[in-house]
Design a protein around this ligand. Structure first.
Ligand SMILES: *Cc1c(COP(=O)(O)O)cnc(C)c1O
Length: 662
């Protein structure tokens, strides 16, 4: 049996068991064009919701729900057979196919506000779930009977009597058998939440991630059943509100990007990249240029770029960057000309992943066009463009937007995201199609998502963000994001070398702190600094991307000056701690940074044998006391975790004992 280990068990510096991600989305950054997965913004939040459903209901509850769904389906099936209808599905769980005049039955059903699935002219499909009540059963059957009909509820033994019945145990882990009251469940979730250092504690400066405010006013509409309870495949005339919302957003985002049209199908930036590249491919094929399959990708690109190009079947040619972090134009020109007969596209990020507005960007896009290629712009850095410039303006042909970065959809903890793509006029016919809902013309590429408009519900957030800020407000947000980054750059440049800046010494909306020299003099690595920041109550910036031994900081427009100052103060304080090691005041191995993060358990222990004070460990700056975040585990042993991949499906306690005894 194939088992995939997502979470493994390791140990921390104090010898305690520690859970750790074993299968990491980081893979694409390291393996690039060899990456086998390209899910960057995962659907982790949805997976968590599903797992919490299982935690709350447990083994018995889940089974009771399934049995009630099956019983209801059986009751309908038996009643329909009683009417002389042919129920084609003989062995079913919650779905049956019924032979009938489909058009007539569907119209009659819609009059009762019920949607059946149109299978073909002679068949409809009916699926039930646990929200179904007796009057719903009556309504469903009365559609077929042509008159009111009382359905007799019939407990089913269909599955019990077949060899499809499950006999093995499931959900045996104690977590699935402990929290079956609302109070217990609430406290369990809260305990998990308490282990998280999130935006409710402090700013998250993750460069390239654009961790901005997700305003309550933008999030509230997600709870409205008028939007939340609509199935993606309902007849279009039942989703006119959504249609209007999507069309408005299409207009606004097309204007913001300078493009002709958007597709809302991709669920993440990475999926947008894949969709955009497939659109480029379809365009070349339609023009008799199926051989154009070379994608030029600068070495500074996000790992998703080469991974997406590989998935789209392209041949990847990496181009160099100069010592200032800009695309090396000489190398790019040479490679564009060398591959001009087979050039498909360039993938370029603007402002670059180095946080700089590349001055030669229009020259770059022209060079690609002159050699028969198209330009794919990675729009993850749109927070530095909105209202000031646009991908269309710069010469791009396709671009994805990370609505979960630039347009206020929350994404800490993993999605769901939305990565719509915008395209120039000539590419519009190739935008993704969909089998059930018409989303494009007849030249459209095959759908990239199961749903026609991706995770359509969360579009409400971006809609609210754009409509409430308006054109002026959006532009002001961009300007504030750039101003905040440059303010931090000035404050931090006394303690850190800023890796790349533009001609005027400015950065765009983010900056890279060079930590290369600390390693030699003090032994401190960027990962150690990231852990030490936790003692100060901050989530780490982006570590080792896009350059090794660096931290990439992006403040966004959402943070106050006071919060920016707090973060800078913490970073400057850490620089001083590094200096103490450089000067030999502390040992290179046993010091406050290498031992970070410091747990409460360690700090209050009766024995304290560290060469620095408890105060220095836990309250390094006075304001840390007012809002102390206590890390729940000390430094995790990554190497141990890599060597001990364990399945998390048996009771966790067993592994914990193993880890402690190892
Ligand atoms: C975030 C990001 C991506 C990937 O977007 P996801 O929505 O996370 O898939 C691609 N490129 C850059 C530069 C990014 O920052």
């Amino acid at each position: 049996m194939l088992q995939i280990y997502i979470i493994g068990v390791s140990i921390d510096a104090e010898g305690n068991p520690a859970l750790r991600m074993a299968l990491q989305t980081r893979e694409q950054h390291i393996k690039r064009d060899k990456a086998t997965s390209n899910i960057c913004t995962a659907q982790a939040l949805l997976a968590i919701m599903a797992s919490m459903y299982a935690v709350y209901h447990g083994q018995e509850g889940i089974k009771a729900i399934a049995q009630s769904v099956h019983n209801a389906t059986n009751s309908v099936a038996e009643a329909l057979k009683g009417l002389g209808l042919n129920v084609k599905t003989k062995l079913y769980f919650d779905t049956i196919i019924v032979e009938c005049d489909a058009a007539k039955v569907i119209t009659a059903a819609e009059a009762k506000e019920i949607n059946f699935r149109l299978v073909d002219a002679k068949h409809v499909g009916i699926s039930l779930d646990q929200t179904i009540e007796q009057n719903d059963l009556n309504d469903i059957v009365s559609v077929f009977a042509g008159a009111a009909k009382e359905v007799t509820y019939k407990a089913s033994t269909l599955i019990s009597s077949s060899n499809l019945k499950r006999t093995s145990a499931y959900l045996t882990h104690p977590t699935f058998n402990s929290y079956h009251s609302e109070s217990e469940m609430m406290r369990y979730i809260k305990r998990l939440e308490n282990k998280d250092l999130s935006l409710v504690h402090s700013m998250i400066s993750l460069g390239s991630c654009t961790m901005k405010l997700n305003a309550a006013s933008e999030l509230l509409p997600l709870t409205w059943p008028e939007f939340a309870s609509i199935h993606p495949f309902v007849p279009v005339n039942q989703a006119q509100g959504y249609a209007e919302l999507i069309e408005q957003l299409n207009k606004d985002l097309s204007e913001i990007t300078g493009f002709a049209r958007m597709s809302f199908q991709p669920n993440s930036g990475a999926q947008g990249e894949y969709a955009g590249l497939m659109v480029i491919r379809a365009y070349h094929i339609a023009n008799g240029n199926a051989h154009r399959n070379v994608a030029l990708i600068p070495s500074s690109a996000h790992g998703t770029n080469p991974a997406s190009a590989a998935m789209a079947g392209m041949h990847i040619v990496v181009t160099k960057c100069d010592e200032k972090g800009n695309i090396d134009l000489v190398d790019l020109r040479a490679k564009a000309e060398q591959h001009k007969d087979n050039l498909s596209c360039l993938m370029v990020t603007y402002p670059s992943t180095h946080g700089v507005y590349e001055e030669s960007i229009t020259e770059i896009t022209k060079l690609i066009h002159d050699n028969g290629g198209l330009v794919y712009m990675d729009g993850a850095n749109m927070n530095a463009q909105v209202g000031l410039t646009s991908p269309g303006n710069i010469g791009a042909d396709v671009c994805h937007l990370n609505l979960h970065k630039t347009f206020a959809i929350p994404h800490g903890g993993g999605g769901p995201g939305m990565g719509p793509i915008g395209v120039v006029e000539k590419l519009v016919p190739f935008l993704p199609s969909h089998k059930i809902v018409n989303t494009s013309g007849d030249k459209g590429i095959t759908a990239v998502s199961a749903a026609p408009y991706g995770s359509a519900l969360i579009l409400l957030i971006s809609y609210g963000y754009i409509k409430m800020l308006g054109g002026e407000g959006l532009k002001q947000a961009t300007e504030m994001a750039i101003l905040n980054a440059n303010y931090m750059k000035e404050v931090l440049s006394g303690s850190y070398k800023i890796l790349y800046t533009g001609k005027n010494g400015r950065c765009a909306h983010e900056m890279i702190l060079d930590c290369n020299e600390f390693k030699m003099a003090s032994g401190v690595e960027v990962a150690d600094m990231a852990k030490r920041l936790m003692d100060y109550g901050f989530h780490a910036p982006t570590v080792a991307f896009p350059v090794v031994n660096t931290l990439m900081v992006e403040p966004t427009e959402s943070e106050s000056k006071a919060e920016l100052d707090r973060f800078c103060e913490a970073m400057i304080s850490i620089r001083k701690e590094i200096k103490e090691i450089e000067e030999g005041k502390f040992d290179k191995v046993n010091n406050v940074i290498k031992n970070a993060p410091h747990t409460c358990k360690l700090v209050v222990a009766d024995n304290w044998d560290k060469p620095y004070s408890r105060q220095k460990a836990a309250y390094p700056l006075t304001w840390v006391r007012e809002n102390k975040f206590w890390p729940s585990v000390a430094k995790v042993d990554n190497a141990y975790g890599d060597r001990n991949l364990v399945c998390s499906c048996a009771p966790i306690e067993a592994y914990m004992e193993e880890a402690v005894n190892a």
